[in-house]
Design a protein around this ligand. Structure first.
Ligand code: PEP
Ligand code: MN
Length: 376
């Protein structure tokens, strides 16, 4: 067992303590599951002093409201959230150092770009997602054996991947398909992390598995089929473990943002949003990778954006083209399925790249990243 979290603050009393997990980069912030929450942003003047900012934050806390401080290049933005009636009574504009105060009108309040006024960075292990560097995540669809995961972990690391993916709990369309190795899969991932030094991302499908998965994962993946599993979203929101939320295959961009709001509203701001393709009338590809979502999300939210071209197109030969396009469109990270013997893979072999093809993909993605002012 790793360290257990301190219980996050709960405004509405009766929820039992969560099966909680180890603490990561950010401290718990707040829970805002109130019927009528309001979010306001306080924009400070460029010459506001640190003392003035701290004064605002402590006053807001004295009022029983929560403040989230974001430091942009020019200004500090203080997002305030709490019960509407409480916030409305407070003279937020009266503090020294304040330039303006405005409500967040978007329904996804904490997720909205304006709540922070600057792009968020999310740390997965020691890897920062959302900075200049495009982060490549890679690995098999499912963890299958020690040899398989260790061999893939080493090869993708040597090619330039920074995060290892692999499913231990697999959401399969058929109940007769391979469902994942469960706890053994998590143990193998932990071994691969030890051996390769790469942090790991793995899926949690059910609230009952969260405590177990949280013991191992550096980042929790919530799969497309669970994007609107609101109880799961709330539970992962009560940890501080980074979460990658995948867009549901029939979900709009707004649906994705609203689902992310569930996680942030419980206090976990360490969220990545992942475009992984949606269902359309098209039958020549597994899904339709909606790269429109990338610039739209970058404008609407401060959260980093990941693209999964593998599930998005579902055909090995076409994955590299869509990976390049994703980075050109502004993705902060891409996730690629790689297998050392795709013909033997227990899931998604037809869309998994061989290690040598992945190596070539990373090289080409680096060129695009540099062309659009990023790095890799
Ligand atoms: C996966 O990443 O292997 C996966 C199951 O993805 P999705 O939830 O997007 O189908
Ligand atoms: Mn898969």
């Amino acid at each position: 067992m790793r360290t257990i979290f301190p219980s996050p603050e709960v405004i509405h009393g009766h929820r039992p303590p969560v099966p909680v997990a180890r603490k990561t980069s950010c401290e718990p912030i707040f829970s805002t599951q109130t019927a009528n929450s309001l979010a306001m942003i306080i924009i400070t003047r460029p010459d506001a002093t640190e003392e003035q900012i701290q004064h605002i934050v402590s006053r807001v806390a004295d009022w029983g409201l929560r403040a989230e401080v974001s430091r942009g290049e020019m200004r500090v933005v203080i997002g305030v959230i709490g019960a509407e009636d409480k916030i409305r009574q407070k003279p937020l504009g009266a503090f020294p150092g304040v330039e303006s105060v405005m409500p967040v009108l978007k329904p996804y309040k904490l997720v909205s770009y304006e709540f922070r006024g600057t792009a968020s960075r999310v740390k997965v292990g020691d890897v920062v997602v959302g900075a200049k560097e495009v982060v490549v995540m890679a690995g098999p669809c499912s963890v299958e054996s020690e040899d398989q995961i260790l061999s893939i972990a080493h090869s993708i690391r040597d090619s330039g991947a920074k995060i290892l993916r692999g499913g231990a709990f697999k959401p399969r369309t058929s109940p007769y398909s391979f469902q994942g190795l469960g706890k053994v899969g998590l143990q193998l991932l932990a071994e691969a992390r030890r051996e390769s030094g790469l942090p790991i991302i793995t899926e949690v499908m059910d609230t009952k598995d969260l405590e177990l998965v949280a013991e191992y994962a550096d980042c929790l993946q919530i799969g497309a089929r669970n994007m609107q599993n609101f109880s799961l979203l709330r539970e992962v929101g009560r940890t501080q473990i980074p979460v990658m939320l995948k867009r549901g295959m029939a979900a709009s961009i707004k649906d994705l943002l609203m689902s992310a709001e569930y996680i942030l509203s419980e206090g976990n701001f360490n969220v990545l949003l992942c475009e992984r393709g949606i269902r359309t009338f098209e039958t020549m590809t597994r899904n339709t990778l909606d790269l429109n979502a990338v610039p739209v999300l970058k404008a609407e939210t401060h959260l980093p954006v990941v693209v999964d071209p593998t599930h998005g197109i579902g055909i090995r030969d076409f994955v590299p083209a869509m990976a390049l396009a994703a980075v050109a469109a502004g993705a902060d990270s891409i996730m690629i399925e790689v297998h050392n013997a795709p013909e033997l893979a227990k899931s998604d072999g037809e869309q998994s790249l061989l290690p040598k093809d992945f190596d070539d993909l990373v090289r080409r993605v680096r060129g695009v990243a540099e062309a659009v002012g990023r790095a890799l």
